[in-house]
Design a protein around this ligand. Structure first.
Ligand SMILES: Cc1cc2nc3c(=O)[nH]c(=O)nc-3n(C[C@H](O)[C@H](O)[C@H](O)COP(=O)(O)OP(=O)(O)OC[C@H]3O[C@@H](n4cnc5c(N)ncnc54)[C@H](O)[C@@H]3O)c2cc1C
Ligand code: FES
Length: 259
């Protein structure tokens, strides 16, 4: 795994991408070249700005380009994401990455990406990488409502894949949850990223159908590099493990899913 780099990165673009959601591009060749799908970076404003977010926040790498651009899907939840969402050219963000364990992507079985909300971000990168490597990949992507759906044209352009959309209120795509109406006939390997209840449902589904499942967990993170202990999850054998360094991607059976 490559050594993480800390760098100031110019904001090249920041545009609204859905309700409370921004597509942000940074100029960061030092990190773009080394990144793998499923890895993340810590994004912050550095210590010259003592207003929130004083601590950086973790974001999945959504895209990277040959000329060193990184793309992020950023949804506003609290003060930290609000501040980052306000930044634009010519400002710079302090970026640390690439961090964490990526998805294992092999051609053994087709890849089926299950994305809830901004859990879509790592699958943009995974889709682009699968296209490069000639791997078969599908994306099922769900949101509560159509106004939160990230532009399907952009998903198509980045990944070459037509996303299978779901919304809970049926305003875009099929009405329902990500795991409703799933086609599993090709016995895929499942990759999942989204809210905890969705990940738990994925674990049940994978166990019932005997399918391999990797999950990307989204714990709160203070440092991203294994020092603050802010991101621990319970392993299957009862140990607390750090999701920033041991994850964020885990085989489902590595973790405890007891409530
Ligand atoms: C590996 C990883 C990858 C991520 N990738 C993305 C991404 O690509 N795009 C994106 O928009 N977000 C992503 N996130 C989530 C993002 O980091 C959080 O939304 C952000 O840290 C919240 O910061 P804040 O200061 O705005 O909110 P805070 O003020 O810290 O919190 C606001 C509210 O959101 C809740 N909250 C904060 N963080 C989380 C969390 N991780 N899980 C559940 N609830 C939370 C808090 O409990 C609180 O209610 C990722 C998180 C991880 C760990
Ligand atoms: S985020 Fe600090 S130890 Fe994982």
């Amino acid at each position: 795994m490559s050594v993480p780099v800390r760098a100031w990165a110019r904001v090249l673009d920041n545009r609204p991408a859905a309700r409370d959601t921004h597509w942000i591009e940074l100029d960061c060749p030092a990190i773009a070249g080394a990144a793998r799908p499923g890895q993340f970076v810590m994004l912050g404003t550095g210590v010259q700005d003592l207003a929130a977010p004083f601590l950086p926040r973790p974001f999945s790498i959504g895209t990277r380009t040959a000329d060193g651009r990184l793309g992020f899907l950023l949804r506003v939840f609290g003060d930290g994401t609000r501040r980052l969402a306000e930044m634009g050219p010519p400002e710079s963000m302090l970026v640390l990455g690439p961090l964490g364990r990526p998805f294992r992507m092999s051609g053994d079985r087709p890849l089926l990406c299950l994305a809830g909300g901004v859990g879509l971000a790592p699958f943009l990168f995974a889709g682009a990488q699968a296209r490069l490597e000639g791997l078969e990949l599908r994306i099922v992507y769900g949101e509560r409502s159509g106004e939160s759906v990230f532009d399907p044209d952009l998903i198509r352009r980045i990944t070459g894949v037509e996303p299978d959309l779901r919304t809970e209120d049926g305003t875009v795509g099929r009405r329902g949850l990500v795991l409703d109406h799933l086609d599993l006939q090709d016995a895929p390997q499942l990759l999942a990223c989204g809210p905890d209840p969705m990940l738990r449902a994925c674990v049940d589904l994978a166990a019932r159908r005997g399918l391999p499942l990797q999950v990307s967990v989204e714990e709160h993170m203070g440092c991203g590099v294994g020092t603050c202990q802010g991101c621990v999850v319970r392993s299957a054998d009862g140990e607390w493990i750090k999701s920033c360094t041991e994850g964020p991607v885990f085989d489902a059976e590595e973790l405890s899913w007891q409530t």
